[in-house]
Write a protein that binds this ligand. Sequence first.
Ligand SMILES: C[S@@+](CC[C@H](N)C(=O)[O-])C[C@H]1O[C@@H](n2cnc3c(N)ncnc32)[C@H](O)[C@@H]1O
Length: 493
Amino acid sequence: MNKLFYGDNLTIMKKMSSESVALIYLDPPFNSNRSYNLLYKNTTGLPIPEQTEAFCDTWEMDFEKSELASDIPHIMQEYGINADTVHFWHYMVEALKMTDTKLLAYLVYMTVRIIEMYRLLTKSGSLYLHCDPTASHYLKVIMDGIFGHKNFKNEIVWHYSGWNKKLKDKFESRHDVILYYAKGDNSTQFNGYSIPWENETEYIKTRKQKVLVDENGDKYVMSDAGNGKRIKRYIKDALKYGSPIDDVWNIDKINNSSKERLGYPTQKPIALLERIIQASSKEGDVVFDPFCGCGTTVEASIRNNRQWVGCDIAIHSIRLIQDTRIKKYALVEGKDYTIEGIPQSTEQAQYLFEQDPFQFQHWSIEKTGGFCSNRKTGDSGIDGRIYFEAGNKLCSMVLSVKGGNIKPTDIRDLRGVLERESDVEMAGFISLHEPTKAMIQEADAAGYYEYQGVKYPRIQLLTITQIFEGKTWYCPSVVKAQRKEGGQTYLNI
Ligand SMILES: C[S@@+](CC[C@H](N)C(=O)[O-])C[C@H]1O[C@@H](n2cnc3c(N)ncnc32)[C@H](O)[C@@H]1O
């Protein structure tokens, strides 16, 4: 069952079976912090526009989200969510349309996904939704609607230490919120979680109670049994079972000196995930993380003998999990786990195109080191870009992807883009099929881009087969850099 999926979790979840997952932890991109969501930067110090756009667009009410907002009541009805929630959704959409469209876009994005997650959970399953305080109260209302208010368990405060600055107008924010809900019947899997006492002295100091000794020489304290009676609590038992935790969790954030740090900007600590997994699942259960990033949930599941399913829209994240977490435990692809959504041959790429043309486009662009435009319709013939540096300037090559039939007018259109967009130096065309002679001639006619005495064809063509053979774009040095900002290291691109 262990699986990593590359792709949009909404598409992937729709293909997963109902009631197949015991525990879901999700840590989606936050609504509030743009730079938090950016994975890539370049040496010029400018964010890669597609990255900024991708995450900003997520929070814009575009046509697709407006359609989704109107579909959600139907989806809710189809999934048996109660009529009050459907009405509430309706009013909330109308109100937010007038007041805060970005928040509405975020809630639309989250709501369709949470509905799918609810379907995936087993009857005894639980979900932990990690969010920041700017949206947690809105998400809680949505969660109450989908899961039912009675199935709300805890609002866990993950508090992390650090130096507080003296701010002019408010207190330093130093926590995230994790909303914990159960699918909801009496069988909910909950094991609690206790932290072991370091030693007897620590336990006695914390209890601040008189220690007594029984006739066998065993130490105990007298404790309230909750029914007005007092009972003996043996210290050796307390040491064995540890101290049950409450809903405020003090766990250090991943910082530059953390041993487990992988350089993924939003990485969460293993300790946080181990608590969740140990509290709300048992050995052999399936744990699912639909926004798995660098795979903290995957590693915590491996360490606790759970099955795992992770999903991420960034191919880099899937590679990082394979190269670090999975490698550490010597798991073998095909035997211990599988990866889905990343084609390994032209035939598989063809299959991906037939199943999901947008994901095919996304994959082929990332495969050649490019960044995708977020809009499914393509941005006036531009599906993505490659960035390179010439002098101190961030220059770009626009990319167009075609999975189906191709024709010379496709190349002519690309020439049109080059003429139209003054900030674009070159253009690349990716296709599943071999270009015809006429197409090659059309590309050649676009001439060359010259930099430091080297001539680069202004229009370059690559087939998927050539990409698998290791061929790539011919252009000045493609931006590859690591950069630190605000304590975060951005990934190589
Ligand atoms: C906040 S990070 C998760 C970090 C993770 N908890 C960890 O410890 O590494 C959010 C992740 O969601 C991914 N993501 C964003 N939108 C997605 C989508 N629609 N489907 C799947 N993954 C998505 C991003 O690429 C990013 O890796």
